[in-house]
Design a protein around this ligand. Structure first.
Ligand SMILES: COC(=O)COc1cccc(COC(=O)c2cn[nH]c2)c1
Length: 238
């Protein structure tokens, strides 16, 4: 899988992707990330990427030309790629959309805006507009990293032998269960006995109950299409 990121702050992307699972996936060649500085696609000596908004209003708007030049540069190889604009106005990014991106796209271009926004005409060259949440960030780079991180974790072999239980739970429609590790007793705060029992069936049931309890408390909106067994457990919790 290949990600190409258009941004005026390449170092934000380059710094993050060196670490952890992403870094390992890059070293294994499972994923490739190329970052392009939009300023390299400007035509003036000041490498200007923004200007005042037509119609007035606060702040600056990113000009279409650097985006257009960068996108045409990428498209010159005529390889298929999905162009995604990160924006507060986009459709909500979810684990299911991460799965869809991983399954359907060999290459993705992640377009990062800044300032008050980007010239609307850029959208004529974009396939999808995606939001990572109902808040405005200073730039699309954080949202691009969220997409890269969550999609790469789904690529077979990316997580090595680490379990992707947390992805599984989200895909099944509920939050993760609580995790514990040594010490067993930290200032009187003890690990739940069941986790020390070695009874894997009991542990699995406890974890499912906890996951459903957490989901009911914090994200009841996720509780759809539960299996009859999960519904039975949920009813016991209510
Ligand atoms: C029409 O689209 C644009 O103008 C995109 O340009 C911008 C402008 C300001 C900030 C951002 C950063 O993205 C988010 O805030 C964002 C993405 N996901 N959730 C929040 C992007």
């Amino acid at each position: 899988m290949k990600f190409e990121v258009l941004t005026i702050f390449p170092e934000i992307i380059e710094c993050y992707i060196k670490h952890g699972v992403l870094g390992k996936a890059l070293n294994k060649g499972i994923v490739e990330v190329k970052v392009y500085n939009l300023r390299d696609f400007t035509s003036d000596k000041h490498k200007k990427v923004d200007d005042y908004p037509y119609g007035g209003g606060a702040g600056m708007v990113m000009q279409i030309e650097p985006f257009y030049n960068a996108i045409m540069h990428l498209k010159a190889d005529e390889k298929p790629r999905k162009l995604v604009l990160l924006s507060p106005q986009g459709r909500k990014f979810t684990q299911k959309l991460a799965q869809k991106f991983m399954e359907e796209s060999k290459a993705m271009v992640l377009i990062c805006g800044r300032y008050e926004g980007i010239d609307e005409r850029v959208k004529a060259f974009v396939d999808e507009e995606v939001s990572i949440g109902d808040y405005v960030l200073s730039g699309g780079e954080l949202a691009a990293l969220v997409i890269i991180d969550s999609v790469v974790r789904l690529i077979p072999g990316a997580l090595g032998d680490e379990l992707s239980a947390v992805e599984d739970s989200f895909m099944k429609g509920f939050l993760d269960y609580p995790h514990y590790t040594r010490p067993e007793d930290f200032k009187g705060m003890k690990v739940p006995e069941v986790l020390l029992s070695g009874d894997h069936k009991k542990i699995a049931l406890w974890r499912k109950r906890q996951a459903l309890k957490n989901t009911l408390k914090n994200r009841p909106d996720l509780l759809k299409n539960l299996s009859p067994e999960d519904m039975r457990i949920l009813k016991e919790l209510c």
